[in-house]
Design a protein around this ligand. Structure first.
Ligand code: HEC
Ligand code: HEC
Length: 327
């Protein structure tokens, strides 16, 4: 009997060791998503649109700057996107790379197609998989071109940001296909009209500013959307930037009783965005959004108000360190 147990235990150990070894070698899979046929330009209006998106609605600057410059960027400084933001989470330590044209430490040697593919398909310049921090898969062709054109117009900053490092858990997730790079669900538009319509607001809220990614309840392990879009309820546990606070996103559908914006008119909405951050540690990139033009804010306001009201009471949005969390 003892022998049988030993054999079973031994086999189990070998199996576990086998799985572990597989994860350690097989995580670095390469994906061959297509390179979008988009080309950067020197056109000044295109570069200006790209700069605006990067420091404003698309908030690239909230991550792709050195950690010691985050406060300056929050105060409105448009310093080059030389990378360095670091987020240690269970699947690994993720670092936002240098996006300036330096050939050794930045994007200087990457093609437009490689950068466009990273945004649209979450496949890295070397074919590896990107952890899903950047929900821009359905950004328009024009806006991706504008962003790449802007990135290339920056001064080259030599800043060596070490590559992200996966933990054992992260490697296992990648190795066993628990997370594979996901491209766009719908065909991204070639061009969007910049105006104050619901249509444009929908585009910004879903494909550029990621209002939907935070203001929708999601499975914390898989990132899968489980709540009604924009009805809030996503619990955001403390991370390296939240100063120990936990946040639960408010319901931003136009529900009269449970929507946080019930009773806000367009002016109040725009005023709230211009006023910027209230809660220290909130993951919402208020500083970037405060720099949004009125045209985008009006469009987002119209779009949110066009949504079906959803009754979803969020009792409390901010929890101080140590405070009892809702289950
Ligand atoms: C929430 C933080 C965050 C935001 C916002 C963000 N990024 Fe990133 N980005 C990262 C991280 C972290 C990585 C590395 C991920 C990894 O290693 O898996 C990354 C990787 C990249 C890469 C891929 C580099 C490669 O190796 O191929 C590109 C290109 C990029 N970001 C561009 C952008 C642009 C352009 C924007 C704005 C439109 C943006 N990012 C917004 C955090 C962010
Ligand atoms: C990275 C996550 C994240 C993103 C992206 C995000 N939010 Fe938020 N939002 C939050 C959190 C967390 C709060 C609660 C804490 C706070 O008010 O900062 C919040 C609060 C709000 C509030 C309530 C503010 C108040 O005064 O009570 C509104 C309105 C709002 N968000 C709208 C938006 C819109 C519109 C967008 C897209 C343009 C957006 N959010 C993008 C996480 C996010």
């Amino acid at each position: 009997m003892k022998k049988v147990i030993l054999i079973i235990l031994g086999s189990l150990l070998i199996l576990i060791a086998g799985i572990a070894t597989y994860a350690m070698v097989a995580w670095d899979k390469k994906y061959d998503a297509p390179f979008p046929e988009l080309k950067a330009t020197n056109d000044s209006a295109t570069i200006a649109r790209g700069r605006y998106l990067c420091y404003g609605p698309a908030h690239c600057s909230s991550c792709h700057v050195p950690m010691d410059k985050i406060d300056a960027v929050k105060a409105g400084a448009q310093i080059p996107l030389s990378g360095g933001w670091t987020l240690p989470i269970p699947p690994g330590t993720f670092r936002a790379p240098n996006l300036t044209p330096d050939p050794e430490t930045g994007i200087g040697n990457w093609t437009d197609g490689q950068i466009a593919r990273a945004l649209r398909h979450l496949v890295k310049h070397d074919g590896g998989q990107l952890f899903p921090f950047m929900p821009f898969q359905e950004m328009s062709d024009d806006d991706i071109v504008a962003i790449i054109s802007f990135l290339r117009s920056q001064p080259a900053v030599k800043h060596d940001v070490p590559a992200s490092e996966l933990s054992f858990l992260g490697k296992a997730i990648y190795a066993f296909g628990g997370m594979t790079p996901e491209g766009p669900t719908n065909t991204p538009p070639a061009h969007v009209q910049i105006d104050t319509t619901i249509q444009y607001g929908k585009y910004i809220a879903n494909s550029v500013s990621n209002c939907v990614g935070c203001h929708t309840n999601r499975d914390l392990h898989t990132g899968e959307f489980i709540g009604t879009p924009f009805a809030g309820g996503l619990m955001m546990p403390p991370d390296a930037f939240s100063l120990g606070y936990t946040f639960v996103t408010p319901n931003i559908t136009p529900d009269k009783s449970t929507g946080i914006m019930a009773g806000w008119n367009e002016e109040a909405f725009i005023g709230r965005f211009r006023a910027g951050r209230v809660h220290k540690g909130s993951p919402m990139p208020w500083e970037c959004f405060a720099a949004m033009d009125t045209i985008e804010l009006k469009a987002i306001y119209k779009y949110l108000n066009s949504l079906q009201p959803v009754t979803n009471k969020i009792e409390k949005v901010v929890f101080a360190p140590g405070e009892q969390l809702p289950k």
